[in-house]
Design a protein around this ligand. Structure first.
Ligand SMILES: [Zn+2]
Length: 339
């Protein structure tokens, strides 16, 4: 049976006023239909939100695997969801599509909960995981957290991996993250796209924040996903969907907008990082928000490029006002609240 379980934060994109009513309560997770999306037998999607990525549990005759583990502040909920689904069975494998904090923040907690767990990561940053370089792994530059975890094996692009009762192809999917992979199961034609393709867009193109051209890589990854001719997409955030052509068209249009006006991408990225912080802490005093932004290298660099000579506080205030206008935040006095 394939199911979707909705839990945690809502699936509303940053800037679109998510509802966090069930934020940290595992028991609030409720079973829902898989939105009419046919998924392979044994696949359960824990639909999380925007702070935590979705988690995909795949149960087979021989072993159980989980793909991506959410953000660290939701780690107890991630472990609870897995335990509730598996009952007495152990979780055998944990795979990460990429190493952003919202996709592997629950790794350490799952490794503690299941001591025999084998963790597979894409090869690109394995040395940094080995030595735990929070800078190179993006946690410091994004102002995010991720508890250190170990890994046991590499998820090599070009290989196949048996998850549940199915063989999944591992494909390199650079763009949003140069080291990301996506997984494709050719019998059901199901693709797990992480942040390379959502129903309405894709994740921030992080290499661009470092001044590295990556919009072409985003386009190539969209071409790759299209060439696989998937019938069902399980994205990193939001519900599984079958509107593949429509979603790829939306993603290409969005990408073209960024290619024509890269500053728009930087501004979008700054808002996403700010919204992510608000999702994490729920509310913050303006002075603390400013201090966080100043201490967050990506943020400081983006504001520097976008606002040029204007002062930093003015730039942050403008971004907060943008979030307020779109309903993603509220300001009361000196406090900024997540919506
Ligand atoms: Zn990501």
């Amino acid at each position: 049976m394939a199911t979707t379980v909705t839990s945690g934060a809502s699936s509303t994109p940053p800037g679109k006023a998510p509802n966090l009513a069930h934020h940290a309560a595992p028991q609030a997770a409720h079973h829902a239909a898989s939105h009419g999306v046919p998924l392979p037998a044994g696949v359960t999607v824990f639909e999380r939100g925007w702070l935590s990525s979705n988690n995909i549990l795949i149960q087979g005759a021989d072993h159980c695997a989980l793909i991506d583990s959410g953000y660290c502040t939701h780690a107890p909920q991630t472990v609870a969801l897995v335990r509730a689904a598996l009952h007495t069975r152990p979780l055998d494998w944990l795979l990460n599509t990429h190493l952003h904090s919202d996709h592997c923040g629950g790794n350490a907690a799952l490794q503690a909960a299941y001591p025999a767990l084998q963790t597979h990561i894409p090869p690109g940053q394995s040395d940094f995981v080995w030595e735990w370089n929070a800078d190179a792994l993006s946690y410091t530059p994004t102002g995010q957290q991720c508890p250190p975890f170990r890994f046991d094996a590499l998820l090599q692009p070009g290989s196949t991996v048996r998850l549940g009762d199915w063989q999944w192809q591992v494909h390199a999917a650079p763009g949003h993250d140069p080291h990301a992979v996506i997984l494709f199961e050719p019998v059901s034609r199901t693709v797990i796209t992480a942040d390379a393709l959502w129903a309405r867009g894709f994740g921030v193109v992080f290499p661009e924040l470092d001044g590295v051209d990556a919009f072409d890589a985003v386009a190539a990854t969209l071409d790759l996903i299209e060439s696989l001719q998937p019938l069902a997409v399980i994205p990193g955030h939001g519900s599984p969907f079958t509107t593949v052509h429509q979603s790829i068209a939306i993603a290409r249009e969005r990408l073209n907008g960024f290619v024509i006006d890269p500053i728009r991408h930087l501004q979008h990225a700054a808002k996403v990082l700010l919204k992510f912080k608000l999702l994490e802490v729920q509310c913050m005093e303006r002075a603390n928000l400013l201090a966080w932004a100043q201490a967050t290298p990506y943020f400081a660099a983006m504001l520097g490029k976008h606002f040029g000579g204007h002062d930093f506080a003015h730039g942050v205030d403008q971004l907060v006002q943008d979030l307020v206008r779109s309903g993603a935040a509220t300001v009361h006095g000196n406090w900024i609240y997540n919506n």
